[in-house]
Design a protein around this ligand. Structure first.
Ligand SMILES: Cc1cc2nc3c(=O)[nH]c(=O)nc-3n(C[C@H](O)[C@H](O)[C@H](O)COP(=O)(O)OP(=O)(O)OC[C@H]3O[C@@H](n4cnc5c(N)ncnc54)[C@H](O)[C@@H]3O)c2cc1C
Length: 408
């Protein structure tokens, strides 16, 4: 990627801002939060995110009218690199900033954009994603949560599961069946639903890491306004698939830059504890470093193609139905496979570098260190946003043009 003098000046600005502001009350937040650790200093991280937003450092790729800086791809990469390099805490508004915001920009009505994009950019409203259900994960089109009209409102009944961050979210973007009797991907709508209402119950699910970031969410006559449908009524599948393509592809850029930090830290541990002298560990560290370079190039190629394509229609999906989005679904699936496997392998390598000590919790009953948490949580990377088997299926369909898999 070619950087101009103005890009380097931009790098200097964000680097300087982070150095100046990760101080005082925020100094202790370095390295806090992230997958498996979202509970860490949540309120302080929220305050930090709002300060970031007030200075214009959220949603930087968005159009200026919605609170962005219209930053080029190169500058978005620079932003993420500098953010990760500074050790600033994990951001709390990524569901809104990375997933719903771009979806609304592409599919929302002017009124929806005016109502929701500003609060996302300012980190005043947090979002969660209500797709998965107990009977609908990989096969999302089999979902059964329903929404029926009652005057100017949708009334929603059903259950979502694995809903990350639902306990702190103000709003949920969800997929519900709005045409009774419709099948599969037809008759679904993409609804925006306020979380703070009597018809919604959130029940946290405890994870392998001991923390509880995802949740069961029960909708028992929950309500939302009729005009809070994104895209057409009954046409929600196309919108939901576009969000998924973003989730698998573009939105992981910042996360991947953070991986470089994790690998550097692991190499440091290996140097200090002598594991770096073990030839097998050395090989694996070298392979991890190569994997990181491959991943970075792949992401940059994908984003450059998406930039070139602009508004081209592409296809995306859990199991094969059609949708529109800025990144092709095969590209997004390749990237998802690369980063999720790489990160899961890093977790395993971390345990190898740490040796037998990695088997013991730091303190009773279940106090894990950062490496143990990384190892356990990264098991989920090959599942959320669509499992690795599903990504392989999409690549087989879309990139290789193989015959479609028979549905059982
Ligand atoms: C940490 C975490 C956070 C999550 N956050 C959210 C969230 O915020 N919102 C949300 O809606 N969901 C969320 N999810 C749910 C996630 O999207 C689903 O877990 C995922 O889509 C898989 O669905 P499932 O768990 O029902 O597994 P299943 O679909 O039951 O799959 C079970 C196994 O069968 C395999 N399989 C299924 N179908 C096929 C096929 N056709 N071909 C080959 N193999 C197949 C899968 O790969 C998997 O190994 C989260 C999950 C995790 C782990």
């Amino acid at each position: 990627m070619q950087l101009t003098a103005e890009d380097e000046e931009f790098r200097g600005r964000i680097r300087g801002w982070l150095e100046d502001h990760l101080s005082g009350e925020f100094a202790g937040l370095r390295g806090q939060g992230g997958p498996g650790r979202e509970h860490e200093h949540f309120e302080q991280r929220l305050a930090w995110n709002r300060q970031l937003a007030a200075a214009g450092w959220t949603c930087i790729g968005w159009p200026a009218q919605y609170g962005g800086q219209e930053a080029t791809l190169a500058r978005q990469v620079i932003f993420h690199e500098e953010y990760a390099r500074s050790g600033a805490p994990a951001r709390v508004g990524h569901m809104g900033e990375e997933l719903l915001g771009p979806t609304l920009i592409a599919f929302g009505t002017p009124a929806q954009k005016d109502r929701f994009l500003g609060p996302i950019a300012a980190v005043r409203e947090l979002w969660c994603q209500g797709y998965s259900e107990p009977g609908a994960g990989s096969d999302l089109a089999s979902l059964s949560t329903s929404a029926t009209l009652d005057g100017d409102h949708w009334v929603i009944t059903g259950q979502k599961v694995w809903t990350s961050l639902a306990t702190v979210a103000d709003w949920c973007f969800l997929l519900a069946r709005t045409e009774p009797g419709s099948r599969r991907s037809r008759g679904l709508s993409y609804l925006l639903v306020p979380m703070d209402q009597p018809g919604i119950t959130v029940r946290p699910i405890r994870q392998l890491t001991g923390t509880a970031e995802f949740n069961e969410v029960f909708f028992d006559g929950a309500r939302t306004q009729r005009d809070l449908v994104v895209g057409d009524e009954g046409g929600g599948w196309r919108v939901a698939m576009a969000t998924l393509a973003i989730e698998r592809g573009v939105s992981t850029l910042g996360q991947q830059v953070g991986y470089e930090r994790e690998l550097d830290a692991l190499i440091d541990v290996a140097r200090r504890n002598g594991a770096a002298r073990d030839p097998v560990v050395r090989d694996k560290l070298a392979r991890a470093w190569i994997g990181l370079q491959v991943m970075r190039e792949q992401v940059l190629c994908m984003l450059a193609r998406a930039d070139d394509n602009g508004t081209d229609n592409n296809r995306a999906g859990h199991t094969g139905e059609q949708a529109a989005g800025p990144v092709s679904s095969a590209d997004a699936s390749v990237v998802k496979l690369l980063w999720s496997r790489w990160h899961r392998d890093l977790g395993e390598l971390a345990m190898e570098v740490l040796g037998p000590a990695s088997m013991l919790a730091q303190a009773p009953p279940y106090d894990l260190d950062d490496w143990q948490r990384l190892h356990l949580f990264s098991r989920a990377d090959t599942i959320y946003g669509g499992s690795q088997e599903i990504q392989l299926g999409i690549i087989a369909d879309r990139a290789l043009g193989l015959p479609r898999q028979a549905r059982s």
